[in-house]
Each structure stands twice: as structure tokens, then as C-alpha cells.
Design a binder for this molecule. Structure first.
Ligand code: LLP
Length: 410
């Protein structure tokens, strides 16, 4: 059998799976499954890859929506990273983690007047404007915050339709024509227009698209500068893919290097989420039971679509492996959760050797895993664990039943 590929800092020996220098079995003996587990070294490696070729004036803003756990944000803030937020909640998380306000950008298609006011009061790096209405609201704020125009460049990211954001009929951003209109209508004393930004989608495998986008944004920035605005940065958004099959690695350092070569006269801003945190995280789950229905063999596990909804929502496939060392015959299973929906499935044809009571690991779930989790079926959210070398700590406790009903009048 082919040796399994694993994310960096995940390995296997006769004691079973290891994360960094810690045997996962040790965690399983202390923490009930399911739980999310992250490798700090993996997180630091990918974040550092983004930072290594950027200059002091450039800003790599980790996209908090991918995973907003404050303890992970702290690790990134300590590396000097900035943050991309899309709500006041995410902004507060970043600040709580120790982020400098002047390293935070605020995007989002529906920011309210009070959201904008709060962000302006913090003195953040930039508010990324997504409508003419927002310009009016911002013009009336006394802080005169730095703003960037988020462009909808009408580009396909060639990704899942739910995460395409840069086509002309997507709800995000404003057209280049509208951006120029805004730049003509408002003088630099009315709005502090300092950036041009875009985000064309997520899980982008073709890096040429970033260069094409950078060129477009730079050409527009030149025109807007001629209208008297002090544009100082180009923000190409996030979106770099990861390989869920764990065969290839996309290279953030190379992407930043090439973007820096292409963008001249402006600081570079990026908003990566998935490519920083996805491979550092995994879900550990136990097999509740094995069963066969019709022609299909199932492993029913204790993690469900409420905890990890990417497979149900986007038909995403995550690699699954046994936690225990295993040389015995494996079999093709559909791995399914306990939630009452047929969509609660982590996919068919997972080749596994597992029986009731064994643990499995679901890889590449650090991004859009816990952050998209819900309490559907009244299931408490699982614990989150951070591994550092040979030790681990709980960075989010598992929810209890009491947590679920706390806000209900009873
Ligand atoms: N900037 C903006 C304005 C965004 O909307 C996003 C993601 C990012 C940055 C970060 O993109 P990333 O580097 O993570 O691809 N739940 C989906 C992904 C949704 C992405 C939404 N926007 C998934 O699990 O595939």
C-alpha cells in the first residue's frame, strides 16, 4: 500500500499518530472525542511562509473567519501578522488576541453604520468599502478612517460556485466603473481613500489569477491616484488553495515574492485564511458503530455535519486515517456522522481498518471547521486543543448541555 501523505508535523509510528512530538493516543485518553486539534508548529510555518518575503510596510492579514479561536489568533499576532475581519465580533476577537488595530482590515458586503463607527474608532488600517452607501456613511464619521474600495473585477476563480466572489453578478464589491465614479465624486478631504482591494474567491489553485488581479487593481489605482487620492496599497484578498488530498503544497512564500515583483509603488496587502490554518488542524473522532445497509459498509462516527459542515455544504472531501497504528486489512467505508440528515457524510470509499471504539482523524479541518460549526441536533460544540512540541492545552472547552440552553428563558 502507498504510504499515507500527512500534513507537516503529523506523523505515524508503531505508537500510532503523532502531532509534533505528542502521541495523539495520549490526548484521546484525556479528552473525550470529538475534538479539534491543531499543531502550533504547522500554523507558525505557514504564517511565516507568507511573512518571509513581505516588507515592513506590507500587511499579511489572516482572515479570521477561517478560524477565530483567540488562542490561535494570539500565535499569529505574536508573529506580527495583521487580521482581516468581517464583523465587529471578529474585530473584537482580533483585538482581544493582542492584534494592533492598525494592522486590521474590515471587509464585508453588509456593514452597518454602527459597525463602521466602531471600526473607525479603533483606528484600523482600512475599511474595505463594498457599496456607494457605505461611502456616505463613512464620510459622515468624525474619524475619517482609511478606506479601500473593494472591486468586483469580474474574474472567475474556477472554484466551487459557493465560494466564487469575483464575478460581475456576485454580491461582493463594486465595479471598476463605480469605483471611478466614487473617486471622482468625493475629494480626498471627504474620504481618505488609500487602497484598492479585491477577493475573487477561495480555494484558488491557479496562482496566475492573483497576478492578473494585481495587474487590474494596479491599473485602477493609477487612475484613482490621478483623481487626487493618496492610494498607498493594493489588497489582492485571500484564496490560495490547499491540497485536501495532501499530495501537493501551494507555496505562499513564492506567491508573495512574485506579487511583490509585479506590484510596484504600492504596499502589498493579502487576506489569506484557509492556506494559513487549514493544514494545522484536524478532527479526532471515535467510531460509534459499524453497519452495512444494502451494498454499503458504514462507519458511524461521533463527529457530525454540525461540527464540520464542509463535506455536506460543498461536497468537500477530507482525508481520513486511523489514529492507531494498523497493518491489518482495510476496507472501503462510507464515514457518516450521527446527525439526522443523509448529507451528514464525510464521503464514500474511505479505505480504513477501524472498528467500534477506534479513533479516526479527519485532516485539513483547521479552516472553516470549528468556525462554521453549529449546535444542530442540540449537539454541543467540541473541545479544541493546541499541540506544541510534546504538550497540549485545551484552547476551547467542549460545550455542555447547560451552555446550549443558557440563553433560553426557562
Ligand atoms: N478575504 C475575504 C474578503 C473573504 O471573503 C475571504 C473568504 C478571505 C479573505 C479568505 O479566503 P481564504 O484564504 O480562506 O480562501 N467556507 C468556505 C470558504 C469561504 C470563504 C469566504 N471568504 C470553505 O470552507 O471552503
Amino acid at each position: 500500500m502507498e504510504p499515507r501523505m500527512r500534513p507537516n508535523n503529523f506523523s505515524k509510528d508503531s505508537m500510532g499518530l503523532k502531532i509534533e512530538e505528542l502521541a495523539l493516543q495520549e490526548v484521546c485518553e484525556k479528552i473525550p472525542t470529538p475534538f479539534y486539534i491543531y499543531s502550533e508548529a504547522n500554523l507558525v510555518e505557514t504564517a511565516s511562509a507568507y511573512l518571509q518575503n513581505s516588507n515592513a510596510n506590507d500587511l499579511i492579514c489572516y482572515s479570521v473567519k477561517a478560524n477565530g479561536n483567540i488562542n490561535l489568533l494570539k500565535v499569529l499576532a505574536n508573529l506580527g501578522m495583521g487580521f482581516d475581519v468581517v464583523s465587529v465580533g471578529e474585530l473584537k476577537r482580533a483585538l482581544k488576541a493582542g492584534a494592533e488595530a492598525k494592522k486590521i482590515v474590515f471587509s464585508g458586503v453588509g456593514k452597518s453604520e454602527s459597525d463602521l463607527k466602531f471600526a473607525a474608532e479603533q483606528g484600523i488600517y482600512s475599511i474595505n468599502i463594498e457599496s456607494a452607501h457605505e461611502v456616505e456613511l463613512i464620510k459622515n464619521l468624525k474619524e475619517s478612517p482609511r478606506v479601500s474600495l473593494r472591486i468586483n473585477p469580474d474574474m472567475a476563480a474556477n472554484t466551487h460556485p459557493y465560494i466564487e466572489t469575483g464575478k460581475s453578478d456576485c454580491k461582493f464589491g463594486i465595479s471598476e466603473t463605480e469605483a471611478l465614479e466614487i473617486a471622482k465624486t468625493y475629494s480626498s478631504s471627504e474620504i481618505n481613500l488609500v487602497g484598492i482591494s479585491a477577493h475573487i474567491g477561495s480555494q484558488i489553485t491557479d496562482t496566475e489569477l492573483f497576478f492578473e488581479l494585481a495587474e487590474k487593481l494596479q491599473a485602477l489605482a493609477e487612475q484613482i491616484k490621478k483623481l487626487g487620492h493618496n492610494v498607498d496599497h493594493i489588497d489582492v484578498g485571500g484564496g490560495l488553495a490547499i491540497d485536501y488530498q495532501l499530495e501537493n503544497q501551494y507555496d505562499p512564500a513564492q506567491l508573495v515574492k512574485e506579487l511583490k515583483e509585479k506590484i510596484t509603488g504600492y504596499d502589498l496587502l493579502m487576506e489569506p485564511g484557509r492556506s494559513i490554518v487549514a493544514q494545522s488542524g484536524a478532527v479526532v473522532t471515535s467510531v460509534i458503530t459499524e453497519k452495512t445497509n444494502g451494498q454499503r459498509d458504514f462507519l458511524v462516527v461521533d463527529v457530525g455535519m454540525n461540527d464540520l459542515m464542509r463535506p455536506a455544504l460543498y461536497s468537500a472531501r477530507h482525508t481520513i486515517e486511523e489514529v492507531q497504528d494498523s497493518n491489518a486489512e482495510s476496507k472501503n467505508y462510507e464515514v457518516v456522522g450521527p446527525v439526522c440528515e443523509t448529507a451528514d457524510s464525510f464521503g464514500q470509499n474511505h479505505n480504513l481498518n477501524a472498528k467500534t471504539g477506534d479513533q479516526l482523524i479527519i485532516y485539513s479541518t483547521g479552516a472553516y471547521g470549528s468556525s462554521m460549526g453549529s449546535n444542530y441536533n442540540s449537539r454541543p460544540k467540541p473541545a479544541e486543543i493546541l499541540v506544541s512540541k510534546d504538550s497540549f492545552k485545551v484552547i476551547r472547552k467542549a460545550e455542555s448541555f447547560e451552555d446550549l440552553i443558557r440563553l433560553e428563558e426557562i
